[in-house]
Write a protein that binds this ligand. Sequence first.
Ligand code: NDP
Length: 339
Amino acid sequence: MRVLLTGGSGFIAAHVLDYLLEHGHSVVTTVRSQEKAKKIKEAHPNVSKDKLDFALVEDIAKESAFDETVKSDPPFEAVVHTASPFHFNVTDIQKELLDPAYIGTVGILKSIKKSAPTVKRVVITSSFASIIDPFKGNWPEHTYSEADWNPMNQEQALKDAPSGYRASKTFAEKAAWDFVEKEKPNFSISTMCPPLVLGPIVHYLNSLDALNTSNQRIRDIMMGKAKDEIMPTGTYIWADVRDLALAHVKAMEVPEAANKRFFVTAGYFSNKEIAQIIAKNFPQYKDKLPTDKTPGGDYPEGGVYKYNNKRVQEVLGVKFRPLEESIVDTVKSLQAVGA
Ligand code: NDP
C-alpha cells in the first residue's frame, strides 16, 4: 500500500515506519524539519525514494496543515496518524496539548476527505488516556476495555498538564469517531489505545536528555533517581513499542480492523519490577539502583483495575512481549546513547 505516516520522528512512529517498510509498503512520512528527515533517511540507506519519502508539516495545530500533504503520486491508500504532543512541559494547555491533538486529528481527516479519495484506511494513535476514568482511582473492581471512555470535560482538561494530555487524546479520538459518523467519508478508521509504551528507542533520533516521555522512568531508574525511594508507578499497564507498532500496521492491513478501537495492552508492570529487571540483567548499575528493601514503586495495596486485551490479539494477531524482554532491550538502546 502507499501510506502517509505522520510524525515519523516520534518514538512509536519510528517503529511503525520500520514495520511498514518490512511489510513492503511505500511510505511518505511527515517531519517538522529537514534535519529530522535527513536522519531518518540516513538510518535507512538501502531504501529507495519510492519506498521512503518525506513531507514537511511543522505544526499539526494549524488548520489545513495536511491539505497538500495528503496529495501524492502515486496516490495514498492508507494514513497512519501518530503525531501528537506527549509531554508535560507546557505553559498553555490549550495551545500546546489540546489544539495539536484535536485540530491535527480532525484536520487530517478533513484533508483526506477533500483531497485524497483513494485513501480507504486511516489508523490513529489514541491512548489508554481516552479509556481510563481518572476520577475512579485504581478501581480494582473494574475491567477496562474498548467500551470505556474517559469522561473528562473542557474545564477538567485545563487543570494541569497530565489532565491536559489525557483530555487531548480523549477529545481527539472522540472527534475522529464523530467525524466518521457525521461525514460518512470514503475511508474507515481504527484507533489504537495503548497505556504506557516502553521499549527500545531508535538511536538516530534520540539522546538521553531528549527522550520520549514514557521511557524516561527507565532512564531515571538507571541513573540513580530511585535509589532512596522508587517513584510512584501511576499507570500500571504497559505495552512494548514494537508490538504496538505492529498492531498499527496490522490494523491498516486487516479488513476486520475497520471501525474498531484497540486497547493495546500487554499486562501489568510497576516501577519496582522495572528496577528489579535492570538489577538482574545489568549488574553494572547496582550502585545506582534501589534494593528489594527500598520503599515505593509498588502496586497499590487495595489492588488495581483489570484489563481486557482480547480484541487486539484476536483481530490483529499481535502477541505481547514479556516485560523483562522489553526492559532489557530498552536499557541496551539507552546504553547506545550513553547511559
Ligand atoms: P514522541 O514525543 O516521541 O512523538 C510525538 C510525535 O508527534 C513526534 O514526531 C513530534 O514531532 C510530533 N508532534 C508533536 N506535536 C506536534 C505538532 N504540534 N506538530 C507536528 N508534529 C508534532 O511520543 P510517542 O511516540 O510516545 O507518541 C506518539 C503517539 O502515541 C502520540 O499520539 C501519543 O499521544 C501516543 N501515545 C504514546 C504513549 C506512550 O507511552 N509513549 C501511550 C499512549 C499513546 P517532533 O519530534 O519533531 O516534536
